[in-house]
Design a binder for this molecule. Structure first.
Ligand code: ADP
Ligand code: MG
Length: 274
């Protein structure tokens, strides 16, 4: 019983002045090829602080690639991506040619980003707590006691404080994905990127993960979410971006996009969810 009728977006609405404030993520004319395959073309997209953007579109339309480019897990070929006003991944030399940004600079940019994938990729030999603590100790260089304190706080936030000592194999898929979200949140990102976070889950486990994401949205986290959960997009997104064949076909409020009758490909795509 999926409802596509958008309610008012419940996320912390971007403040009025966010329209004039510089976007936290800015893409202009971004293009990406794999060999001869033009996977993304001419992508323009601004995302503001506290905004929740849902990326929708058919399989193969370039959603994952776009998200991965935003974290420079893929190099983009054309255009520019700016995170908080700084060019991502590339430096421009004296002659105007791009070269790879140094590792330090890239890591600095990535510190702003938390990423959650369809596959949770937890370490099987570590408890939930261990999974969340690991990067805090190894990457952020926190003392273990300090790291565990922070990890417990985020596990509590995703409703898993009691499961801290469990190994992934003893957790449901929904619980594992919440641990993965906690692991990302522990790094205190400014932006969370989600790539189909519920697509690998049994249907009855989807809701608990979406509830955690909804809570994050309410608290004002900036989020980019690739999803097929149209109900979630309708309810939580500030804006919905429809991608098809590597291009943004349309972007608007859930109301605008889900009631759009102008774009045949969008209409056809949404048919699958009614
Ligand atoms: P979506 O997430 O919307 O399903 P993807 O971004 O995964 O789409 O893929 C977009 C296109 O890019 C597809 O044609 C896919 O085959 C291609 N593609 C994705 N990743 C790679 C890769 N690492 N190498 C070559 N082609 C790729
Ligand atoms: Mg994908």
């Amino acid at each position: 019983s999926l409802s596509l009728s958008p309610t008012n977006a419940i996320s912390a609405a971007p403040a009025e002045n966010s329209k004039i404030a510089p976007p936290i993520i800015h893409l202009s004319a971004v293009g990406k090829r794999f060999g001869a395959n033009q996977v993304l073309a001419n992508i323009d997209l601004d995302i503001h602080h506290s905004e929740v953007v849902c990326l929708i579109g058919p399989s193969g339309s370039g959603k994952s690639t776009l998200l991965r480019c935003m974290a420079f897990l893929e190099e983009y070929d054309d255009g520019e991506i700016h995170i908080e006003g700084r060019l991502l991944g590339w430096e421009i030399d004296d002659r105007g040619h791009r070269k790879h940004a140094g590792r330090n600079r890239l890591n600095q940019a990535r510190r702003n980003l938390g990423i959650v994938f369809q596959q949770f990729n937890l370490w099987p030999h570590m408890t939930a707590l261990g999974n969340v603590t690991e990067a805090l100790v190894r990457v952020r260089r926190l003392k273990r006691s300090e790291a565990e304190k922070r990890a417990m706080a985020v596990l509590d936030k995703v409703g898993l404080a009691e499961k801290a000592k469990e190994y992934p194999a003893r957790l449901s898929g929904g619980q594992q994905q919440r641990v993965a979200i906690a692991r990302a949140l522990a790094m205190e990102p400014k932006i969370m990127l989600f790539d189909e976070p519920t697509s690998a889950l049994d249907p009855e486990l989807v809701g608990e993960v979406l509830a955690v994401m909804k809570q994050l949205a309410v608290e004002g986290m900036t989020m980019v979410v690739v999803t097929h959960e149209m109900g979630f997009a309708a309810q939580v997104a500030d804006s919905v971006v429809f991608l098809d064949q590597g291009s943004i076909v349309t972007r608007g409020t859930p109301n605008e996009v889900f009631r759009d009758t102008q774009h045949p490909r969008l209409r056809q795509f949404l048919q699958n969810y009614l």
